[in-house]
Design a binder for this molecule. Structure first.
Ligand SMILES: *[C@@H]1O[C@H](CO)[C@@H](O)[C@H](O)[C@H]1NC(C)=O
Ligand SMILES: *[C@@H]1O[C@H](CO)[C@@H](O)[C@H](O)[C@H]1NC(C)=O
Ligand SMILES: *[C@@H]1O[C@H](CO)[C@@H](O)[C@H](O)[C@H]1NC(C)=O
Ligand SMILES: *[C@@H]1O[C@H](CO)[C@@H](O)[C@H](O)[C@H]1NC(C)=O
Ligand SMILES: *[C@@H]1O[C@H](CO)[C@@H](O)[C@H](O)[C@H]1NC(C)=O
Length: 564
């Protein structure tokens, strides 16, 4: 009965248009076997004893069941046994042809990565049709039954069986991938529903809950506060050394850039990277945070020994060149701040305007998100640097990245497109003439999170100017909406070098069906998505990948009750 279970599940999971065909066929198949099959097979059991694998056809069981004394009388009733046998084979061929067609249509509906499956199923179906209409077999159907050529019939049966076997194999393999995609689809639907609710909440003035959902949870906040208290109580312990260690600027070492306002997340990134580096004393981590979290970061990274790794903690405000006369985003944020000021005094109007409300989300306001576009100026002495988001975990030694031939490109990143998804068209406004003229809407997008930057190539290509040009044009947000990925895709268009996907596995903050093999094999895993590992809503199966790098022995971490 493998046949039945193998193709019934996906159809019953989701009642879509094709389901009727599949299920109806199943029952038809069985109903007709109780009548036809009993007759034929039993009548013909003497022929079937020589057939290669009767269980391959669903009638195998009834064959066994009725094998006894009925045979002779049935035989006596039937004058030509070959005709019904032919009909039965043909029927099975037809049923499997319809099954393949149904799956092709099912795959087409799921769209995602199934275009190959669509083709395979369509071909399977066509192969059944071709087989039935082969001239040598057509003669079987044209004969009156008495003069049927039995060797041809046997050959026909053999070929049908072979195709049925292939069909079932493909169905069994496809089923797994279909189930996963259904899960993803369901998740997407859920996320979409949540977003809808948030939009509604916003419109109703409940915007603060949105900010709460996006910002730092209580326990991380507690940690930052406690660290800050420590910093204030013992200022001498944490004063900046006047002279920076030469390693911070030594281009022969391995340099990392981490921009974060989350103390715990930043420490997990550094802990995991140090843990897996073969020689920590060759690694330099440049942590940049905001004024508010500077003290906490300084204390956090002073409390522990990193086996010789170097850690620089700075505030974005320390970099004077990042001012609104130079940085378009700051200029735009300043005017956004004016808007914010304006709206804060007129709350009633503010809650009605969803677009402007977005500017009040700290995430979008923060310059910390945008300083990734100033790496060559932040680190003028360096030739190359690895940019890491604060929601990643390092699982391997990463020095191999420095050995990759960048082919003169600037940004080494993993690509994220599949099928029609994650193409440039989804990230920017192709109705805008400037975008349309310059970019290919089908170009493959890549991901931020772990990006290897060749700073010399960046300087040579003058990409900061390129970025400024586009960012200034986007003052009114007509080229793209928010975030750093669209301007990144624009700035590094044609200067991105695709990295092997195992360097950076994404989706641990939203996609429950990433395979554990893929995760275990990854150099870096990325909790992009809403279900961050430091939040209650984190996915249980992925959270340990992150928590194992939390400093539980740190007294402040303990004091802040991480229910991790
Ligand atoms: C269809 O038939 C051709 C020729 O017999 C064969 O090469 C091909 O693999 C078959 N396709 C599928 C999907 O089984
Ligand atoms: C802003 O930055 C530019 C260089 O990027 C610098 O010349 C200028 O002095 C800065 N302005 C202020 C007020 O710091
Ligand atoms: C809200 O906006 C409308 C039109 O833009 C204006 O007439 C009204 O005075 C504003 N309300 C407040 C409280 O500012
Ligand atoms: C943005 O809109 C304002 C007011 O509508 C306009 O003055 C300005 O030129 C626009 N900026 C750009 C870059 O299109
Ligand atoms: C896209 O660009 C066109 C042309 O400038 C503009 O009319 C339209 O409003 C833009 N779309 C969005 C969503 O900003």
């Amino acid at each position: 009965m493998a046949l039945r279970s193998s193709y019934r599940t996906p159809f019953s999971d989701r009642s879509i248009a094709v389901s009727g065909t599949g299920i109806r066929l199943t029952f038809k198949l069985f109903a007709s076997f109780l009548s036809v099959a009993v007759f034929l097979l039993l009548a013909l059991s003497f022929l079937f004893t020589s057939s290669s694998d009767p269980s391959d056809l669903s009638v195998g069981n009834s064959h066994d069941l009725y094998r006894g004394g009925l045979r002779r009388s049935v035989l006596a009733l039937k004058s030509d046994p070959l005709k019904p046998r032919l009909d039965q084979i043909k029927k099975q061929a037809d049923d499997h042809r319809a099954l393949a067609l149904a799956y092709a249509s099912y795959a087409r509906k799921l769209k995602l990565e199934n275009s190959k499956l669509v083709r395979v199923f369509a071909e399977l179906s066509r192969n059944f049709t071709d087989l039935i209409s082969k001239p040598s077999y057509r003669t079987l159907f044209d004969s009156d039954g008495n003069s049927m050529n039995e060797p041809v019939l046997r050959q026909f049966e053999k070929e049908v069986k072979e195709r049925i076997k292939v069909t079932r194999q493909v169905v069994a393999e496809a089923k797994e991938s279909f189930d996963n995609q259904l899960k993803i689809q369901k998740l997407k639907d859920t996320i979409f529903a949540v977003n809808e609710q948030l939009t509604k909440a916003k419109k109703q003035g409940a915007f603060s809950s949105l900010i709460a959902a996006k910002s730092i949870p209580k326990s991380v906040h507690c940690l930052a506060m406690k660290l800050m208290e420590e910093r204030i109580a013992h200022p001498d312990k944490y004063t900046d050394d006047r002279n920076t260690p030469p390693e911070f600027e030594d281009p022969n070492l391995y340099h990392y850039a981490i921009f974060s306002d989350n103390v715990l997340a930043a420490s997990v990134v550094v802990n995991s990277a140090v843990k897996h580096s073969k020689d920590p004393s060759k690694h330099v981590f440049h942590v940049v945070t905001d004024k508010m979290n500077l003290g906490a970061m300084q204390v956090m990274f002073k409390m522990k020994d990193y086996n010789g790794a170097f850690i620089e903690v700075k505030s974005v405000e320390d970099y004077k060149f990042l001012n609104s006369s130079y940085v378009p985003v700051l200029k735009q944020l300043e005017s956004a701040k004016l808007q914010q000021f304006y709206f804060e005094n007129k709350l009633e109007n503010a809650t009605k305007d969803a677009t402007n409300m977005k500017f009040r989300n700290p995430k979008y306001l923060s310059i910390l998100n945008h300083i990734r576009f100033y790496l060559p100026e932040l680190y003028p002495k360096l030739h190359r640097i690895l940019f890491l988001d604060d929601d990643i975990v390092v699982q391997k030694d990463l020095t191999g990245l420095w050995k990759i031939d960048m082919d003169g490109k600037v940004n080494g990143a993993v690509e994220t497109c599949f099928g029609s998804f994650h193409r440039y068209a989804q990230y920017m406004n192709f109705s805008h003439p400037l975008i349309k003229e310059k970019f290919n809407p089908k170009a493959c997008a890549w991901a931020y999170g772990m990006n290897f930057f060749d700073l010399d190539a960046w300087r040579r290509e003058k990409l900061t100017e390129e970025y400024h040009y586009w960012q200034s044009l986007n003052e009114n947000r007509t080229l793209w909406k928010l975030g750093t990925l669209p301007p990144g895709l624009i700035t590094f268009y044609s200067t991105t070098k695709p990295l092997d996907k195992s360097w950076h596995v994404l989706g641990l903050g939203y996609n429950p069906s990433i395979s554990m093999d893929e995760i275990n094999n990854a150099a870096v895993v990325h909790f992009n998505g809403n279900m961050k590992p430091w939040l209650d809503i984190a996915m249980n199966q992925f959270r340990p990948l992150w928590t194992k790098y939390v400093d539980y022995e740190n007294e402040y971490v303990q004091a802040c009750n991480f229910g991790l």
